[in-house]
Design a protein around this ligand. Sequence first.
Ligand SMILES: [Zn+2]
Length: 322
Amino acid sequence: MKIYPWQKNSWTKVFSNTEKMPHAQIFYGSQTQEINKFVGELIKSILCAQPIKEHFSCNECQDCLWNETSHPDLKVVESSSDKDEKINSDILNIANVREIKKFLELSSHQANGKKIVVIYGAERLNIAASNALLKTIEEPPRNCLIILTVNNLANLLPTITSRSRLISFTKPSKEDAINYLKETNNMDLIDRLELYNNSPLQLIGEKEMLNDVNIILDELRKGYAVDLMKVNNIWLHNGLAWIINLLQKWSYEILLYKLSEEHNYFPRDIKLIHKLAFNADLSKLLTYQKSLNKIKFYAKTSVNKEINLNSVMIEYKNIFTN
Ligand SMILES: [Zn+2]
């Protein structure tokens, strides 16, 4: 599988007119890894000397054998690790864009081939770099392709987006997600798909942690009767941020049911959520969301994880009247 099945429309769109492929293209959406994989395939396909059907790369020619970063007609723009810029070390500055310009002006290694520049995470471009890039996009060297990826289009200069072809990426539909689980022999995970926002990739990525999810949910389901003695450090082996995330989804589900009788992450626990919502104090439930947000913010720093876990579990217990 070279691209994910739910990316097929984007792939078709990119190749809708190969003769007149726009020289600047922006790939955007919140699924960074999925987009990066797509762009990786796209680059391989464009550099491939003898693409196979649907424009996919052949994986056999000399160009395909060069890996992505060493192909002489490809430049992946990285921030310079200038020691003086330690604070903003991930920013792309005007020097990076000058390198792009220089690279694109060299003749391509392949006869009549394209020279490709990729800027992953183009929100890292600072304003001077953005303006310089805009100039290159406005007056492009011959036969070049400039690819930008970004989570949110609003983080780019409107003058850049208006001169580029925009390819959006959406999440897989429920049907796509289920098909993907089937194809990858992961149907045993299907009961937890909603917990991972219907993203089969996230779900498969956390496969190893589902047993921990079940252990923790077994306690959370008890509401006021939660046994604080059972809260132990093993719960923390996926990290404090991970467990806070789970608590957020669970308590949000109770809140959602209390406010609107809807459900989102735990459809199979709906009867129990209904009961917990009935026994929950609304203002305590709202305060709990704030507490979790606050802890999540510093969960990755060197806070005392055990104390924080205990306090969020005590607060959880006290949401319920019985
Ligand atoms: Zn090839």
